[in-house]
Design a protein around this ligand. Structure first.
Ligand SMILES: [Fe+2]
Ligand SMILES: [Fe+2]
Length: 298
């Protein structure tokens, strides 16, 4: 295998050459740009029309809209119906989820179903956690959780063999993926995700989540949301919403850097009921598994 420094150079060169990640749904980039505007400027018809341009995306969105995870109370048959019954924010979350997760190569080192489950699970945990501790906008927290591991998709596209070796090492030694990437590639999905975040012109807040979710202490202005994602990611990795393997270590959330950082924003975190959050997470894990498996078959 090449030296890690050479691998990093290769990544940067390949990313620079890559004008568009091959399977990115055409609708995703404009949709993402559109959804980053203030919510009062968004037009429901415009968003549903954008999603409807991609037939398979529209079908997946409807499947998700009909899951209890998104608060469905009656069966929805159309995207417009989904907007009416679930609200604009939820439908946007759903469209983004399918759009981004469809970029995951179907073949490669990591099981795409596990990646979907981890990303979607992390998005849901972030939203739930943000609500519980009254932290910022739960919709933003969802998007941050969904996108946090964007760099894994980049690594799978541009350096599939090298990434596979890193993934195998993480699995064999039961260590965090970013530590294995550092050893094999000389960089992590945080760095490659940052390059894509810049390419996509993501908001500085989202770009920081993508780049710093494994080192929340390094985040400046956006350290609150970065820490929220870091803790949610950890909760998922320690549960059945991991990347397909368990890391061999005992985690005490109260000793995590993310906890100290988030406590600065939410002083009540010291008395937060973690056992209850873990219990609630367990209750929707099965829903995440069955939803992702159903979507993945379409
Ligand atoms: Fe990560
Ligand atoms: Fe993650």
């Amino acid at each position: 295998m090449k030296s890690t420094a050479a691998t990093k150079q290769t990544l940067i060169r390949k990313l620079e050459e890559l004008h568009q990640i091959p399977t990115i749904p055409a609708v995703l980039a404009p949709l993402l740009r559109y959804l980053q505007q203030p919510v009062e400027q968004l037009n429901v018809h415009k968003v549903t029309d954008m999603i409807a341009q991609d037939k398979s995306l529209a079908v997946q969105c409807l499947q998700m809209a009909n899951s209890p995870l998104f608060g469905r109370w009656q069966k929805v048959e159309s995207l417009r119906g989904a907007v009416v019954s679930l609200g604009f924010q939820r439908v946007s979350d759903i469209a983004m989820s399918c759009g981004v997760l469809n970029m995951m190569p179907r073949e490669g080192g990591m099981d795409p179903v596990a990646f979907w489950e981890h990303s979607l699970g992390c998005a849901l945990v972030c939203r739930h956690f943000a609500r519980k501790i009254s932290f910022g906008d739960p919709g933003k927290a969802y998007l941050a959780g969904l996108l946090h591991d964007l760099g894994i998709i980049v690594n799978l596209w541009v350096l599939p063999k090298e990434f596979q070796a890193a993934f195998e090492l993480a699995k064999a030694e039961a260590i965090p993926l970013h530590e294995a990437e550092e050893r094999v590639l000389g960089f992590t999905h945080c760095e490659s995700g940052k390059l894509l975040a810049e390419r996509w012109d993501l908001s500085p807040e989202l770009a920081d989540v993508v780049a710093l979710h494994h080192s929340p202490q390094a985040a400046g202005d956006h350290s609150g949301i970065v820490a929220l994602v870091a803790l949610s990611d950890l909760l998922c990795r320690m549960s059945g919403l991991n990347y397909g393997f368990f890391e061999a270590r005992q985690v005490n959330l109260l000793e995590e850097t993310g906890f100290a950082v988030l406590s600065r924003y939410c002083p009540s975190l010291g008395t937060f009921d973690w056992a209850r959050l873990t219990f609630e997470l367990d209750s929707y894990m099965d829903e995440v598994h069955s939803l992702v498996r159903a979507i993945y078959r379409t």
